[in-house]
Design a binder for this molecule. Structure first.
Ligand code: F0G
Length: 361
C-alpha cells in the first residue's frame, strides 16, 4: 500500500475526491501531492455592481508546483506507474516539465523533459532541476519538442505525460467540478489561456460530465485566449514561428486542435487574441488591484475578458470565471523587467522619511 491509513486521511488530492469520474488502473497506487481544491476568488475590479456581472479567478497557482498541470499529472503518473513504466517524458514550455518532474520524483520514476532553450521562465527550469529530472534543452520551440517526444515514444518504453496522454485531461477537468461545487452552477462564460489546447478541452469535458451527472443545470460559453504572436486558433492554421512574452503559451501547433474547436463551437464560444501589452496590463491589474500574482500566460484569460467587457460582449446578470493557470513566482524575470525598479535610498531616517512622504499621496 502506498500510504498508511493515517496518511490517507491527511492526503486528499483530486483523484480521491472525484474518484468516480477519473479513469484509474485498478492496480494503481495514487501518486498525489494534494493537488486541486484551488481558490475561486472574486475579482472586484472586473465585476460590475451596476450590470450585475460577477467575475471570479480560479487561481491554479496554488497547486503544489504552482500550476494547473498538477491536476493532470497526478492521474497520468499514477497510471504510468501502474502500467509498469520506469520513465516518463514530456515536451514543455516549462510548467508541464516542473509538474512532471515533481510527480515522477514522488513516484520514483525517471523523468526526461525537453524544453526550448532560453525560452522557459527561470522558476520552472529551477523546479525541473530541483526535482531531479533530466533536462534536455533543444534549439527549437515547443512544437519541435512535441514531435520529437511523440517519435521517441513510438519505439521506447517510456510514457508521454503531455496532454496527448488522455489521463491528463481527466485530471484537469476536475477544475470545472470544483467551480460548480462552489457556485452550485456553471458560470455563464469561462475564459482560459490557450497554448497546446488541452486545458480548454479538459474544462469543457468536466462541465459536460458534471452537467450530465446533475450537478449543474447550465453549461458555460468557453472563450480561448491566445497571445497575438502565437494564435493558431484565431488564424485558423498552424503558426510556424510562434512568439510572445507569455512563454508558457508560445505554441503554434496545438495538439488538442480538434477537441478545442469542439469545446469552442459546441459551447457557442470563441477564440480571441491579446497583444503582449494587453497580457502584461492584465497581469499588473491582477497583482496591483486584486493581490493576485500570476505569470504572464495566466493573465491572458483576464486580458481577453477586459477586451470583451469593453466591447459589451458580456450581457448583464452574468457570472464569469477566468482561469489563472500559474503562479507569478514562476517567472520573476518578466515581473522585474516590466515593473518599476526598487528605490535606492541612503540608510538614514531623514532620507527614508522623505521618500515615504513623497510617495504617500
Ligand atoms: N497557462 C500556463 C501557465 C501554461 O503553462 C500553459 C501550458 C497554458 C496556460 C496553456 O494550456 O496548453 O492546455 O492550452 N503550458 C504547457 C507546458 C504547454 O508545457 O507547460 P494548454
Amino acid at each position: 500500500m502506498w500510504y498508511s491509513k493515517l496518511d490517507r486521511s491527511l492526503t486528499n488530492g483530486l483523484i480521491r475526491r472525484y474518484q468516480q469520474f477519473i479513469p484509474l488502473d485498478v492496480n494503481a497506487n495514487i501518486v498525489s501531492i494534494n493537488e486541486g481544491d484551488t481558490p475561486l476568488i472574486r475579482l472586484r475590479s472586473l465585476s460590475s455592481h451596476k450590470l450585475n456581472i460577477t467575475v471570479y479567478g480560479k487561481y491554479e497557482g496554488s497547486n503544489p508546483t504552482g500550476s494547473f498541470k498538477d491536476r493532470g499529472m497526478t492521474v497520468a503518473i499514477s497510471n504510468a506507474l501502474a502500467a509498469g513504466n520506469r520513465a516518463i517524458i514530456c515536451a514543455s514550455t516549462g510548467n508541464t516539465s516542473a509538474s512532471a518532474a515533481a510527480y515522477a520524483a514522488r513516484a520514483g520514476l525517471v523523468a526526461f523533459v525537453l524544453i526550448p532553450e532560453g525560452k522557459i521562465a527561470v522558476g520552472k527550469l529551477a523546479q525541473a532541476i530541483a526535482h531531479g529530472a533530466h533536462v534536455i534543452q533543444i534549439n527549437g520551440n515547443f512544437d519541435d519538442g512535441m514531435m520529437l517526444v511523440k517519435d521517441l515514444a513510438k519505439t521506447e518504453q517510456i510514457a508521454i505525460v503531455n496532454s496527448v496522454n488522455k489521463y491528463r485531461l481527466h485530471g484537469q477537468k476536475t477544475a470545472a467540478f470544483e467551480i460548480i461545487d462552489v457556485l452550485h452552477r456553471s458560470p455563464d462564460f469561462h475564459y482560459l489561456p490557450v497554448g497546446n489546447a488541452g486545458n480548454i478541452s479538459a474544462y469543457w469535458m468536466g462541465y459536460q460530465e458534471y452537467h450530465l451527472a446533475g450537478h449543474s443545470k447550465n453549461l458555460p460559453v468557453m472563450i480561448g485566449c491566445q497571445a497575438s504572436g502565437a494564435a493558431p486558433f484565431v488564424r485558423g492554421e498552424i503558426v510556424l514561428e510562434p512568439d510572445t512574452i507569455a512563454t508558457a503559451i508560445r505554441i503554434g501547433n496545438p495538439q488538442s486542435w480538434d477537441l478545442a474547436w469542439e469545446a469552442s463551437q459546441n459551447s457557442q464560444g470563441w477564440f480571441l487574441e491579446c497583444s503582449d501589452h494587453e497580457i502584461l496590463a492584465a497581469q499588473k491589474l491582477l497583482a496591483e488591484q486584486e493581490g493576485i500574482f500570476c505569470e504572464p500566460a495566466s493573465a491572458a484569460s483576464v486580458a481577453g475578458l477586459v477586451a470583451d467587457l469593453a466591447n459589451n460582449k458580456i450581457p448583464p446578470d452574468s457570472t464569469v470565471v477566468c482561469t489563472l493557470t500559474g503562479a507569478g513566482l514562476k517567472d520573476p524575470d518578466s515581473a522585474l523587467l516590466n515593473g518599476p525598479a526598487p528605490m535606492s535610498v541612503s540608510a538614514d531616517l531623514e532620507s527614508v522619511k522623505r521618500t515615504i512622504l513623497d510617495n504617500i499621496s
